[in-house]
Design a protein. Structure first.
Length: 67
């Protein structure tokens, strides 16, 4: 297909212009959920990095044990 607006499912190309309204709605839902998933992963990386910084800061502030 020359149409750049092709959806591939299980290795088969589909032209969304031939989809029903419900199929197009489902595609929109999938795209939205993929974007939210990516954003959530991005935010989780930020949270994990901040958590590591604060955990390390607390550990470093504790008295050192004498050996």
């Amino acid at each position: 297909m020359e149409n750049q607006n092709v959806i591939q499912i299980d290795g088969k190309d589909y032209n969304p212009e031939t989809f029903s309204a419900e199929q197009n709605y489902t595609v929109a839902q999938i795209k939205s959920l993929q974007a939210k998933s990516n954003q959530t992963k991005f935010e989780l990386d930020q949270i994990q990095a901040a958590l590591n910084v604060f955990t390390n800061k607390l550990i470093e502030s504790l008295p050192k044990e004498e050996k």
